[in-house]
Design a protein around this ligand. Structure first.
Ligand code: CUA
Length: 195
């Protein structure tokens, strides 16, 4: 016993023993702080999901990554922005090291659905100042819904490391006035060129 190193905590207290009620009080205090932190984190999740529509991506839809460019929804002629009965749908392929197409036009104040998939590795898809943030996983279609209140250019960088060219993997979404959008040709919608 005499060889044991002195405990600095015990030294500060009379008799070198921490009274039980003090131990209980301290543990209760930490318990309250811990539950408080949990409550704050839960509140942040609930509030942002209600006010900013921030939800974890929940679309589970398999697709064959080997044939997606040859047949079906993601053939080249079907990529880009399309006007559909339920709103606007943007189809993109994320691949090493670009998004196809690299720029799309979408109308403001309209429900926009992004559908993405990858033929090679995992990529990331994020649009700053919006609720759009998802991974693009080969073998699956990622779907995110949003609506753009502000006009302008939104950068969409790949935010999942996907190889040596990852940092150069960028694309753009251009939000145009809702009354201008129907006047754009399908090519303009999908390439952002002005004709
Ligand atoms: Cu694609 Cu990083």
């Amino acid at each position: 016993m005499a060889d044991e190193p002195p405990n600095p905590l015990q030294h500060a207290l009379p008799g070198g023993i921490v009274p039980e009620d003090e131990v209980v009080r301290t543990e209760k205090r930490w318990l309250i702080i811990m539950f408080g932190m949990l409550a704050v984190m839960m509140a942040v999740i609930v509030v942002t999901s209600i006010t900013h529509a921030l939800h974890p991506p929940s679309n589970v839809e398999p697709i064959d990554p080997l044939t997606l460019q040859l047949q079906g929804e993601f053939v080249e002629s079907n990529l880009g922005t399309a006007l559909e009965p339920d709103g606007v749908t943007v189809r993109l392929i994320a691949q090493q090291y670009s998004f196809v197409p690299e720029c799309v036009n979408v109308p403001a104040d309209t429900p926009v659905k992004f559908r993405l998939t990858s033929p090679d590795v995992i990529h990331g898809f994020i649009l700053g100042d919006t609720n759009v943030n998802t991974m693009v996983v080969p073998g699956f279609v990622s779907e995110v819904r949003t609506s753009f209140a502000a006009l302008g250019d939104y950068r969409m960088p790949c935010h999942e490391f996907c190889g040596v060219g990852h940092q150069g993997m960028w694309a753009r979404v251009v939000v145009v006035p809702i009354e201008l959008f129907p006047k754009l040709t399908p090519k303009q919608r999908t390439s952002c060129v002005s004709e």
